[in-house]
Ligand binder design. Structure first.
Ligand code: NAD
Length: 264
């Protein structure tokens, strides 16, 4: 895919380490010729994100805590100074108190509900509003969601409710920004063992269940997600907006347990 993103500049938000979905997407974009900037949350992550960015020849590595409006403003002011324009943004950010990613959804606290919605949903809208200003020649925005938005998944709880809201906001953003040639899409990724996923109760079981029951009989990798992201971020996806692309080995089409699935 060497030329798909050549001459394009993209911001990757949500890189924590080399297991992050953001890393799979960043590598695919860099391979396709994109120039990348990265944002990271908090000083502790800087020493992880810096060397990874360097591997992809990126020199723009900026802090941004998406729960803080001034922090998002500062990120986009720096980007405007560095680049002036932006072609794409990847929002691979989500957060909830892991004590509430187990047990019952009905027990979700008001504080964690609000924080989960703020960081995992509102932040994409807040980022989109700033990014729009730098996308005078059109652009592509992408966020990450999960099937727990559409169907009840064990332990996903408040995060499922947040992802449902995120998926709805993708559609509203697509309508708002479409007139300016900006496309807004989501990828619904199958379960992948990342830092964020390790907070979800019984995650290993969810992985096994997906492996045994998805049509492809395997789990997806961050490389799988990266390749599909490339489609949505590049001109290959030029006619696609408001879409939720399932990159889940087909799991979302399955209605019953596969006959060859072992008991787990
Ligand atoms: P990850 O832990 O590698 O990435 C999550 C990122 O969110 C981290 O980089 C973290 O720093 C960032 N973040 C959290 N709070 C933030 C804040 N206040 N400000 C800025 N950044 C903040 O895990 P991941 O699995 O790669 O997650 C990326 C996205 O993919 C998330 O939206 C997640 O819900 C989604 N997703 C993950 C899976 C999975 O199974 N891993 C499946 C579907 C969707």
């Amino acid at each position: 895919p060497s030329q798909l993103l050549s001459g394009k500049r993209g911001l990757i938000m949500g890189l924590a380490n080399d297991k992050s979905i953001a890393w799979g997407i960043a590598k695919a974009c860099a391979d396709a010729g994109a120039e990348l900037a990265f944002s990271y949350q908090g000083e502790a992550l800087k020493k992880r994100v810096g060397p990874l960015a360097e591997q992809l020849n990126s020199t723009i590595v900026l802090p941004c805590d998406v729960s803080d409006e001034t922090s998002i403003d500062a990120l986009f002011e720096s980007l405007e100074k560095e680049w002036g324009k932006l072609d794409f943004v990847v929002h691979a950010i989500g957060f909830s108190d892991k004590n509430e990613l187990r047990g019952r959804y009905v027990d979700t606290s008001r504080d964690n509900f609000q924080m989960t919605m703020d960081i995992s949903v509102y932040s994409f809208t807040a980022v989109a509003r700033r990014a729009e200003k730098l996308m005078s020649e059109g652009g592509s925005m992408l966020t990450l969601t999960y099937y727990g938005a559409e169907q009840v998944m064990p332990h996903y709880n408040v995060m499922g409710v947040a992802k449902a809201a995120l998926e709805a906001s993708v559609k509203y953003l697509a309508e708002d920004l479409g007139k300016d040639g900006i496309r807004v899409n989501a990828i619904s990724a199958g379960p992948i063992k990342t830092l964020a996923a390790s907070g979800i109760g019984d995650f290993r079981y969810i992985m096994k269940w997906n492996e045994y029951n998805s049509p492809l009989r395997r789990n997806v990798t961050t490389e799988d997600v990266g390749k599909s992201a490339l489609y949505l971020l590049s001109d290959l996806g030029s006619g696609v907006t408001g879409e939720n692309l399932h990159v889940d080995a087909g799991y979302h089409v399955v209605g019953m347990k596969a006959v060859d699935a072992p008991d787990i």
